[in-house]
Write a protein that binds this ligand. Structure first.
Ligand code: PBG
Length: 325
């Protein structure tokens, strides 16, 4: 035959051959599992829009953590769902706030788990915005002091990593300074450096009770249409001392993840957000997609796009499936 073409199928001819040629792998150590902690006792509140996700009270937390450890998951990110909210989000930086209590308890019982603290105000403010407000405007600089206080109180409680998600300008610098001045120079900052104003956060706001009571987050979170802006955001966070860069959401932003990966020599973290999770759960419950196959495919695609770590609600299922394989 004189027709010349490449025979790519030679290298896909058997499972053995495909295993040899595989370029990207998932490990349970790649996953950071998000948990929602609530005040009170004996609570396991199912989150309706996120099948399989619950808010748990502290008396159930250790059972939950043991399950993760048994699956080989090494890290959690903690979101507090406080009972009390006010205009300045004071529960966020209270030494006995729900998040601080949860972090302390996890580190006491599971010292080897790496605990990431989400640092934001929106669950703690009565208006649901990520900063303080004056005349309907979300103020930047006054919010920074509160965020730094929150980070320091989380580090005091034992958080191994501080993950600021609020998108005020200068939050990484302010938090880094706060940590350093309080003796936490060894606590890294995992910055939500590139965070878009996304409709994919909808179910999370049910889980965390953090829906803004007026307006939206478009003056601080990014426009999904923008790529250069993502590079500017990442660049300033690197300059301000970030140790990790988060790209969020993940699935619709894999191009951005690759750009960030190629431009900065820091570990990249994909946040596989609530809406991305819930869409697959809903389709799977209807029998429309093969949940295991689709979840492992999408998590693999995030690593292929440049993620070193993935924050994902699928972590427990994925770790179980990886174990079975
Ligand atoms: C807090 C925060 C949000 C998410 C993580 N941290 C919500 C938001 O910005 O509105 C979303 C996570 C998800 O959708 O899974 N600012």
């Amino acid at each position: 035959m004189d027709l010349q073409f490449a025979r790519h199928r030679r290298l896909r001819s058997s499972e053995g051959m495909r295993a040899m040629m595989r370029e990207t792998f998932l490990r349970p150590e790649d996953f950071i599992y998000p948990i929602f902690v609530v005040e009170g006792e004996n609570k396991r509140n199912a989150v309706a829009s996120m099948p399989g996700v619950e808010q748990v009270s502290l008396d159930h937390l250790n059972t939950e953590m043991q399950e993760l450890v048994d699956l080989g998951i090494r890290s959690v990110i903690v979101f507090g769902v406080p009972d009390y909210k006010d205009a300045v989000g004071s529960e966020a930086y209270h030494d006995h706030g729900i998040v601080q209590k949860a972090i302390r308890q996890i580190k006491e019982s599971f010292p080897d788990l790496t605990v990431v603290a989400d640092t934001c105000l929106c669950q703690y403010t009565d208006h649901g915005h990520c900063g303080v407000i004056e005349e309907g405007k979300i103020l930047n600089d006054p919010s920074l002091d509160l965020l730094a206080r929150t980070a320091v109180s989380q580090a005091k409680a034992g958080a191994d990593i501080i993950a600021p998600s609020n998108m005020m300008d200068g939050f990484t610098a302010a938090i880094r300074k706060g940590l350093d001045e309080n003796g936490f120079e060894d606590v890294p900052v995992m910055s939500y450096a590139v965070k878009y104003a996304s409709a994919f956060y909808g179910p999370f706001r049910d889980a965390a009770h953090s829906t803004p009571q007026f307006g939206d987050r478009k003056t601080y979170q990014m426009d999904p249409a923008n790529r250069l802006e993502a590079m500017r955001e990442a660049e300033s966070d690197v300059r301000e001392g970030a140790d990790f860069l988060i790209v969020k959401p993940a699935l619709s932003y894999l191009d951005i993840m690759r750009d960030v990966k190629n431009s900065f020599n820091l570990p990249i973290v994909a946040y596989n957000v609530s809406g991305e999770y819930s869409m697959i759960k809903a389709a799977a419950q209807n029998g429309w997609v093969d949940e295991k196959a689709i979840v492992l495919e999408k998590l693999t695609s995030m690593k292929r796009a440049g993620a070193d770590l993935i924050i994902t609600y699928h972590a427990k299922d994925a770790a179980r499936w990886l174990k079975e394989q």
